[in-house]
Unconditional design. Sequence first.
Length: 115
Amino acid sequence: MANDWKDRLGVVYSTDPNFKYVTKDDLVQEAETLEPARQKLVVAIDRRNRGGKQVTVVKGFVGREEDLVALSKTLKTKCGVGGSAKDGEILIQGDMRDRVVEILLAAGYKAKRGN
């Protein structure tokens, strides 16, 4: 699959034998995780595209995916509910905004309640 031509549509041919095609995925590097005091997290509620269910969303996390998953696991455990962590956001089932903000503030994060 290393020679998938569909990924290279629109690329001009090069005669340079040392040319290496670089994709956007090659350029993306994971950001270093900021310490909790420098994180500015917004805790909001979302009801869209969820079949009428409410979900608490934590946005604004800057760092590695492993650290995001670890923080989401902590929040899910302390709230006693399910959820997930993907695309730089933490999703917690139900309306847990106040509880999540309390947990984040106790952990040293700068967190504020959104909508």
